[in-house]
Design a protein around this ligand. Structure first.
Ligand code: LAN
Length: 769
C-alpha cells in the first residue's frame, strides 16, 4: 500500500508544450571539461521564478559583493539565506541534485530494456545528453563524474548509450569501444557491471561469481550471516542472489539485433569462444580499489564448483527455500519503502525481480508500482538527466539549513522559511516500526528521521540526530511557536530512543543499524571497487551527530532519562577521541573529507563537556587543540581550505595548491580552497576556540586563541569574497563521498555551510570588533 505521504517527492515531468515553446533556446552552458559538477540551475531557476514573496534587491542589502566593499559578515549570511529561501520547496524541504555516481543510470536503463519497456523519447534524449557530457577525452566514463575513466563506468555507460539509441559507429561509441578494447574488453570490467551485462544477455553467467541464495538459511547466531552485513550491501546482494540463482536473462537476448551487436562490440574475441569461468575474477587493475582478498577468491572458486556439481538433491531444495525467502524479503522491502527501495542499486534490480516474479509480465501490479517510483531517482540539471544516489537528500539538507539559519540569529527574519521547514521535519519523522521487522533484519524506526523522505522510511542515526537538533532549535522561535502545531514530547523521546538503540558497543554510532558483524567481513568484500562496505562501522559523523543531539535534548529536557543520556554522551566522546588521527584530524567518510570529519569531531567533544556542565577534561582539551592545530596548518594562502574527493580515496589532505590535482581529476577550488571545506574549517575552529565555561578555572582562553581567531577571520573573509551578487556561491568540486571511493553531489552544501559559518563567525567575533 502506498503511503499518502508525498512530502519531499521530487520528480521531473517532461512538458511537450513547454519544450516546443522553448525550442531553439540555448541550454544553460555546461562544460564538464571545466567542472564536471552541474550547479543545479534548472531546479533553482524554476523555484526562484515561482517565489511569490519579496525578492532580495540585486547586490543585496549592505552593499556589494565581497569583503571590503562594505557590509558585515552577518549581511553576507543574510544575503545567503535570502537567496536560498527562494530555492526552498513549498513543502519545506531543500534538496537538489544528488547525482555524481556514473554506475547507476545504466542499471536502470538495462532494467527497462530487459522488461520490454525501453526508455525512449525526451527522457532518452535527456539521458544521452548527460552521458555525452560526462564522457571523457579518452572515450571512457569514470565511476563518478570527477574521477578518471574506469572500466566499470565505461562498460556500463557504453551499453547505456547504445540502449538509448546511439549508433555503434557514432564517434562517442567508437571512442568508448577503443577505451574498452585497449583494456581487454568487457571481460575486464568489474563484477557489478558484469552482472548487469549478464542480465542483458551479453555476458555469460559462468563468468559471474556465485551469490548463493542458501546464505539466507544460515542460522542467525553464526558469526557470519548476511543479516549482519551493512544494510546497503545486504540489499544489493539480495536481488543479486535471486537473479544469479535463477540465471535470469533477457528473453530475447539471442534474437535481438542490439544484444547480438553488443556481444561483438564489447569484446576483443568472438563471443562464442569466450571461456567465461576463466574470467570470473578478471578486473582491470585501475578499477580495483578493494581487490578481493585471496580467501574470498578461494571461497568463490569453491562456490563455482558447487554451482557446477554440488547443487543437487537436498541442496537443490535448500536453494529453492533460499530463493523463496529472498523473493519474500524483496517484496517486504518494496512495501516498506513504497517501492522506492533503500538505494539506487537494489531499486534497479528489483524492477527486474518484480518482472521475473510476475513470469515476465510487465503489466503485473508490482512492476507498475516499481515503474511509478523510478522518477524519484531521476534528476535534471544543466548537464542532462541523471540517476541520483538516493531518492534525494531532502531531510538531511533541510535539517542542516534550519540549524544554520537559527545559528545566524536571523531566523525570526525568515518566518516562512522556518515554518515550512518545521512542517517538513514534522511530516518526515518516521511514525512506526516496520511490520515483521526482525524477520527482515530491520532496526526500529519509530521516531527516527530518514535522509530523504518519509515514504522512503529507512531511519539513519545521524539524520535522526540532525533532525532532532533542528526541531529543538526551531521549537523556541516565536515565528514557529505562534503559527505551528507543537511537537508532542513523546515524539522527541522516540527520537532519543532511536539514538540510544543505535549506539554501538564501542561507544560510537554507525549509519542505519548497529554494527552487527565483524571487521574480518571485509575480507569477504567481493565488490572490487568499494572499500569498507561489509559491515556498518561507527563513524565520526554519526557519533558526533548523535552526541550533539543528545546534548541539545538534555539541555531542553533535563528530566528525561538523564543518567542514560549522560552515559551515552560520555561513551560517545570517548569513542570520538579514540578515532582521532595522530595529526589531530578526523577522517570524513561521507563528505570531503578531513575538514568535514574534524568539524564533527570538535563539536562532538565540546558537547560532551557541555552536558556534564564541566570544563573540558585535559584529554578533551588536548584533542581539540590538536584538531585546531591541524586546521591551522592546512589553511591555504588565500585564507580557505580545500580538499577534493581524492583526499577520501588517499586518506590524506591534499597538499596541492593548484586548481586540479594531477592524478585522476579531483576539483579543488580557487587557490586550492573551496567554500564548503572552508566553511567546515571555520565552524570547527570556532568550536575549538573554547569559551570561559569550557575552560578550567583560571584559564582565560585556549593557548592558540589568537591564531585561531585570525584564521577564522581570514576564512570568513574568503567565504565573502566568493559569494555571488545574488547571495549564491558557485558550484565547485564534488563534496560528498561514499565507500571511500565514489564522489556524490550535495549541491545545497555550497549555500548551507557558508551561511552557517558566516553566521557563527558574525555572532561570535564580529560583534566584538
Ligand atoms: C548515503 C547518503 C547519506 C549518508 C549520510 C547520512 C550523510 C551519512 O552521514 C551516513 C551514510 C549515508 C546514509 C549514505 C550511505 C551510502 C549511500 C546510501 C549514500 C552516500 C547515498 C548513496 C550511497 C549508496 C551506498 C549508493 C549505492 C551504491 C552502492 C555501493 C550500493
Amino acid at each position: 500500500p502506498l503511503l499518502g505521504e508525498a512530502a519531499g517527492r521530487q520528480i521531473w515531468v517532461h512538458d511537450e508544450g513547454l519544450a516546443r515553446a522553448q525550442e531553439g533556446r540555448a541550454l544553460p552552458a555546461f562544460s564538464a571539461a571545466r567542472n564536471p559538477n552541474a550547479s543545479d540551475r534548472l531546479m533553482r531557476e524554476q523555484n526562484i521564478a515561482a517565489w511569490r514573496e519579496e525578492r532580495p534587491a540585486a547586490g543585496g542589502e549592505g552593499g556589494g559583493q565581497g569583503e571590503g566593499e562594505g557590509g558585515s559578515a552577518l549581511d553576507a549570511a543574510r544575503r545567503g539565506i535570502r537567496y536560498f529561501q527562494m530555492v526552498q520547496c513549498e513543502d519545506g524541504h531543500w534538496g537538489g541534485d544528488y547525482g555524481g555516481p556514473l554506475f547507476l543510470m545504466p542499471g536502470m536503463i538495462i532494467a527497462h530494456y530487459v522488461i520490454g519497456e525501453p526508455i525512449a523519447g525526451a527522457r532518452a534524449a535527456a539521458m544521452r545528453h548527460y552521458l555525452l557530457n560526462h564522457q571523457q577525452r579518452d572515450g571512457g566514463w569514470g565511476t563518478h563524474v570527477e574521477c578518471a575513466s574506469t572500466m566499470f563506468g565505461t562498460a556500463l555507460n557504453y551499453v547505456a548509450l547504445r540502449l538509448l539509441g546511439a549508433a555503434p559507429d557514432a564517434a562517442p561509441c567508437a571512442a568508448a569501444r577503443a577505451f574498452l578494447h585497449a583494456r581487454g574488453g568487457a571481460l575486464m570490467t568489474t563484477s557489478w557491471a558484469k552482472f548487469w551485462l549478464a542480465l542483458l544477455g551479453v555476458y555469460g553467467w559462468d563468468g559471474i561469481n556465485s551469490v548463493p541464495a542458501e546464505m539466507w538459511l544460515l542460522p542467525r547466531w553464526l558469526p557470519f550471516h548476511p543479516g549482519r552485513m551493512w544494510c546497503h550491501s545486504r540489499m544489493v546482494y539480495l536481488p543479486m542472489c535471486y537473479l544469479y540463482c535463477r540465471r535470469w536473462t533477457y528473453a530475447r537476448a539471442d534474437a535481438d539485433p542490439l544484444t547480438l551487436a553488443l556481444r561483438t562490440e564489447l569484446y576483443t574475441t568472438p563471443y562464442a569462444a569466450i571461456d567465461w569461468d576463466a574470467h570470473r575474477h578478471a578486473c582491470c587493475p585501475e578499477d580495483a580499489y578493494a581487490p578481493p582478498r585471496p580467501v574470498m577468491r578461494l571461497l568463490q572458486n569453491a562456490l563455482a564448483a558447487y554451482e557446477r556439481w554440488g547443487c543437487v538433491g537436498p541442496l537443490r531444495r535448500a536453494r529453492a527455500r533460499g530463493l523463496a525467502f529472498a523473493a519474500e524479503y524483496m517484496a517486504a522491502e518494496d512495501a516498506q519503502t513504497n517501492y522506492i527501495d533503500i538505494g539506487p542499486v537494489n531499486k534497479a534490480f528489483h524492477v527486474v525481480v518484480a518482472f521475473a516474479e510476475a513470469g515476465g509480465d510487465a503489466r503485473a501490479p508490482a512492476v507498475r508500482r516499481h515503474l511509478q517510483r523510478v522518477d524519484d531517482y531521476l534528476w535534471v540539471a544543466e548537464d542532462g538527466m541523471k540517476m541520483q544516489g538516493y531518492n534525494g537528500s531532502q531531510c538531511w539538507d533541510t535539517s542542516f539549513m534550519l540549524q544554520a539559519v537559527v545559528d545566524t540569529g536571523l531566523a525570526e527574519e525568515f518566518p516562512l522559511l522556518c515554518q515550512r521547514g518545521w512542517r517538513y521535519l514534522m511530516r518526515t519523522q518516521i511514525p512506526v516500526d516496520e511490520d515483521n521487522r526482525e524477520r527482515y533484519y530491520r532496526h526500529i524506526s519509530k521516531g527516527g528521521w530518514p535522509f530523504s523522505t518519509a515514504a522512503h522510511g529507512w531511519p539513519i542515526s545521524d539524520c535522526t540526530g540532525e533532525g532532532l537538533k533542528a526541531v529543538l532549535a526551531l521549537a523556541r522561535l516565536s515565528c514557529v511557536e505562534a503559527a505551528e502545531a507543537r511537537m508532542p514530547e513523546q515524539r522527541l523521546y522516540d527520537a532519543v530512543n532511536v539514538i540510544f538503540s543505535l549506539q554501538n558497543e564501542d561507544g560510537g554510532w554507525a549509519t542505519y543499524e548497529n554494527t552487527r558483524g565483524f571487521g574480518w567481513y571485509e575480507s569477504l568484500n567481493p565488490s572490487e571497487v568499494f572499500g569498507d562496505i561489509m559491515i556498518d562501522y561507527s563513524y565520526v559523523e554519526c557519533t558526533s551527530a548523535c552526541v550533539t543531539a543528545l546534548a541539545a535534548f538534555a539541555r531542553r529536557h533535563p528530566r528525561h532519562a538523564p543518567r542514560r543520556v549522560a552515559r551515552a554522551i560520555a561513551r560517545g566522546g570517548a569513542f570520538l577521541r579514540s578515532i582521532q588521527r595522530a595529526d589531530g584530524s578526523w577522517y570524513g567518510s561521507w563528505a570531503v573529507c578531513f575538514t568535514y570529519g574534524t568539524w564533527f569531531g570538535v563539536v562532538g567533544l565540546a558537547a560532551v563537556a557541555a552536558t556534564a556542565r564541566r570544563p573540558l577534561s585535559a584529554a578533551e582539551r588536548g584533542a581539540v587543540a590538536r584538531a585546531a592545530a591541524f586546521l591551522l596548518r592546512r589553511q591555504r594562502a588565500n585564507g580557505g581550505w580545500g580538499e577534493s574527493y581524492l583526499a577520501c580515496v588517499n586518506k590524506a589532505y591534499p597538499e596541492a595548491d593548484g586548481t586540479r590535482s594531477t592524478s585522476g581529476g579531483g576539483e579543488l577550488g580557487a587557490g586550492g580552497s573551496g567554500v564548503v571545506q572552508t566553511a567546515w574549517a571555520v565552524l570547527a575552529l570556532a568550536a575549538a576556540d573554547l569559551r570561559p565555561g569550557q575552560l578550567r578555572a583560571g584559564e582565560a582562553e585556549v593557548a592558540d586563541a589568537a591564531a585561531i581567531r585570525a584564521a577564522v577571520a581570514r576564512g570568513a573573509a574568503f567565504l565573502r569574497t566568493r559569494q555571488l551578487p545574488d547571495g549564491d556561491w558557485a558550484q565547485e568540486g564534488i563534496t560528498g563521498v561514499f565507500n571511500r571511493s565514489c564522489g556524490i553531489s550535495y549541491s545545497a552544501y555550497r549555500n548551507i555551510f557558508p551561511v552557517w559559518a558566516l553566521g557563527v563567525y558574525a555572532r561570535r567575533y564580529e560583534a566584538q570588533r
